[in-house]
Design a binder for this molecule. Structure first.
Ligand SMILES: C[S@@+](CC[C@H](N)C(=O)[O-])C[C@H]1O[C@@H](n2cnc3c(N)ncnc32)[C@H](O)[C@@H]1O
Length: 230
């Protein structure tokens, strides 16, 4: 099944729930939400979102030295910085966002400003071992609309995987859980050997974002053989 892509993707940011090593308890068993923001600042990351990827990576061991990583919806750059450390000097990270990314990139990181909703074909961008997508629309407060826009962005990310992810590669994609979630999960399962669902600790309590992780990209299906003539 190809991911259903009814309209152009939304823009902006958003989402949330939680991860990370040191996590102070909040009364009632939760964690103070700004804990992750403070921790991100202390560790030199521009956004608390880094702890979502860190948790997924810690649990699944996705990112390894020497890998080529494509990060979609990369601004302000936390995931790129984290991936850069994990893949090391032998690896590389390309971060793409419709917004300009203003942090100074480490030597193995490159940023590109582009709207993925406007460039249908990005096969020229290269081949990657891991594709990450933390893309999120600007939230309107209209829950179903936001969920739908998030689903569109998720489908875009899957389409980028179709074009750029090497067979056997891994994918992490954010989606706001809603009516389209089963379709997103099905489209992911068609492309990957295994699918996992994560709600990281660093996501905000009120957020309905989840991350679908695809492990082991299936090789593209062989084309139908040309029918014999006569
Ligand atoms: C939650 S933020 C990403 C945070 C990032 N992972 C980090 O750790 O710094 C979501 C990003 O998705 C980007 N985005 C949304 N729609 C996009 C599109 N059509 N093309 C490219 N980027 C997009 C937004 O501009 C926003 O910067």
């Amino acid at each position: 099944m190809s991911p259903r892509r009814p309209r152009r993707g939304g823009r902006g940011s958003g989402g949330g729930r939680r991860s990370a090593a040191a996590r102070p308890k909040r009364r009632g068993g939760g964690r103070p939400q700004d804990h992750f923001g403070d921790l991100a600042k202390q560790q030199g990351y521009p956004a608390r979102a880094v702890f979502k990827l860190e948790e997924i990576d810690r649990r699944l061991k996705l990112l390894r030295r020497g890998q080529r990583v494509l990060d979609l919806g990369a601004a302000p750059g936390s995931w790129c910085l984290y991936a850069s450390k994990q893949v090391g000097d032998e690896g590389s990270v390309l971060g793409v966002d419709l917004k300009e990314i203003t942090i100074a990139p480490p030597a193995n990181v490159r940023f590109e400003q582009r709207d993925l909703g406007e460039s249908e074909n990005i096969s020229g961008i290269g081949q990657f071992d891991v594709v990450l997508s933390d893309m999120a629309p600007s939230t309107s407060g209209m829950r179903h609309r936001d969920q739908y826009l998030s689903y569109e962005l998720y489908c875009m990310a899957l389409s980028v995987c179709d074009q750029t992810l090497a067979p056997g590669g891994s994918f992490v994609g954010k989606i706001f859980q809603g009516a389209e979630f089963p379709d997103a999960r099905k489209a992911t399962a068609e492309r990957f050997e295994k699918v996992r669902i994560f709600k990281p600790e660093a996501s905000r309590d009120e957020s309905y974002e989840v991350f679908l992780v695809g492990l082991g990209k299936r090789a593209p299906a062989p084309r139908d053989p040309t029918p014999l003539q006569g």
